[in-house]
Design a protein around this ligand. Structure first.
Ligand SMILES: [Zn+2]
Length: 94
């Protein structure tokens, strides 16, 4: 018998790794939502995000973007898929 499983909230480290994709909205929808969730409960990351936003505006003006490593994205996406399949039935996915 399986214990009920809820998707683990993002850690601050995961947030930091994902922040570039969050800013340019290149993350899958469910990861964007996970980041939003984390920000709701974490003052430090909100502050960090504010700093990154300022920095990324400067970088954008220089034509630099903050890419997310594809393997990290695959890993996190798979983890979220698994979590959703196991415990989070919100009816928004087929
Ligand atoms: Zn945090």
């Amino acid at each position: 018998m399986r214990t009920p499983f809820r998707p683990a909230p993002l850690t601050c480290q995961q947030f930091v790794e994902l922040v570039g994709g969050y800013l340019d909205r290149s993350l899958p929808e469910r990861l964007l939502r996970a980041v939003d969730e984390h920000l709701r409960g974490c003052d430090e990351c909100r502050e960090y995000l504010a700093q990154i936003r300022r920095t990324s505006i400067v970088l954008a003006e220089l034509g630099v973007s903050l890419p997310i490593p594809q393997d990290l994205l695959d890993r996190l996406t798979a983890a979220f898929d698994e979590a959703n399949a196991l415990g989070l039935q919100d009816g928004q996915e087929p």
